[in-house]
Design a protein around this ligand. Structure first.
Ligand code: MRU
Length: 354
């Protein structure tokens, strides 16, 4: 499995500290990494989708904040924190829907608060290590989701997925792809149907590519073909990822997810959402409160940033994500087990409603 993101350096003060980001804008044609030595390059990679997928951009933010931290000279922790907050804000403002950036930033802020009695240099080292810890934890969390979800996949099953919630969207192994990878490791035969996922084509460019790299059987369909495959009985279950899931179990994910969920319900096909706890926002009560990113119109009027497919000047709506209400979700698969959407609030670490 190819690395989505790597930290080179190890110490917050090491001059060679770098974040290496696999440039997903160029996939599936070219495999190349963007070498980031300044946190602003990481912000740019997130904004322009060189790295994308909720857990992956959380990891990128953590490592980017570590790059920013390494470049700060401050005489005390208070000054250090206040100067670091500019970089943290830049990450928080980069992409609004996935909660993972906020989750990673809060984790680093807590780390600074807990260790504020230590010298600034020691805190910088800890922040640099934290990004790598978050990356490694993410892979283990995905494997746990895989163990939870693999039981839901029977031998010979065909699984529909939307967008890319695979290894490329995470530290590795993927969230929606985790049950598939685990089921295959258990010896089951599984076929993946990948929605192409207009407008950015994460399904065609990324999911199909990453699964083929790992010899996992995958068939690509146009987004508008999913309903007909379901009507013909050619899909057994759906598994998607999430950018942010609200406390009531409403799910924000790539635009088009809602249509798949409604179709799945109509055809009595289970619709599962793979969600690490880092993607569940217990501060948000319902899906309609989740901020939805609006992206540039050229993503819809052009394919691959080149070929124009619409008349110049046409008006465009380009919401990057949609909300799938909880009633369409069969189960949410987390590292702590599978939950009905109405029970997901029980995982709230601060919840008194358990
Ligand atoms: O715009 P993207 O490519 O960042 O959107 C990604 C998705 O919608 C994924 O399904 C989601 O982040 C889950 S990734 C494990």
């Amino acid at each position: 499995m190819i690395d989505t993101i790597k930290w080179i350096g190890g110490s917050g003060n090491a001059p060679a500290s770098q974040v290496m980001i696999l440039d997903q804008r160029l996939l599936p044609h070219t495999v190349s990494y963007v070498e980031c030595t300044d946190y602003r390059q990481v912000v740019d990679c997130i904004k322009t989708l060189a790295i994308r997928g909720a857990p992956a951009i959380g990891i990128a933010a953590a490592m980017g904040i570590a790059l920013a931290a390494s470049a700060i000279s401050a005489s005390d922790v208070k000054e250090f924190s206040s100067r670091l907050s500019t970089a943290i804000d830049d990450f928080l403002n980069s992409r609004p829907t996935a909660v993972n950036i906020q989750w990673a930033a809060e984790r680093i802020e807590r780390l600074i608060e807990t260790n504020k009695h230590l010298p600034v240099s020691a805190i910088k080292d800890m922040i640099a290590k934290e990004g790598v810890i978050i990356l490694n934890e993410d892979i283990e969390i995905n494997k746990a989701i895989g163990r939870v979800g693999a039981d839901l996949i029977k031998d010979g099953a065909t699984v529909l997925t939307h967008c890319n919630a695979g290894a490329l969207a995470t530290g590795g192994y993927g969230t929606a792809t985790a049950p598939i990878r685990t089921a295959i490791a258990q010896g089951k035969r599984v076929l993946v149907i990948a929605d192409e996922t207009r407008p950015i084509l994460q399904g065609a460019r990324l999911t199909a590519w990453e699964l083929m790299q790992d010899n996992i059987p995958v068939t690509l369909i146009a987004d508008n073909a999913a309903g007909e495959l379901m009507r013909r009985g050619e899909i057994d279950l759906c598994i998607v990822g999430t950018d942010r899931t609200a406390k009531n179990g409403d799910v924000a994910n790539k635009i088009g997810t809602y249509s798949v969920a409604v179709l799945a319900k109509e055809h009595n096909i289970p619709f599962y959402v793979a969600a690490p706890l880092s993607s569940i926002d217990f501060k948000i009560e319902r899906g309609d409160d989740i901020p939805i990113e609006e992206r540039p119109s050229h993503e819809v009027t052009n394919v691959f940033g080149r070929c124009e497919i619409a008349p110049k000047g046409v008006k465009v709506i380009n919401r990057a994500f949609d909300i799938t209400p909880a009633k369409y979700v069969t189960l949410i698969l987390t590292e702590k087990g599978a939950f009905r959407p109405e029970d997901i609030h029980k995982l709230d670490p601060k919840g008194k409603t358990q």
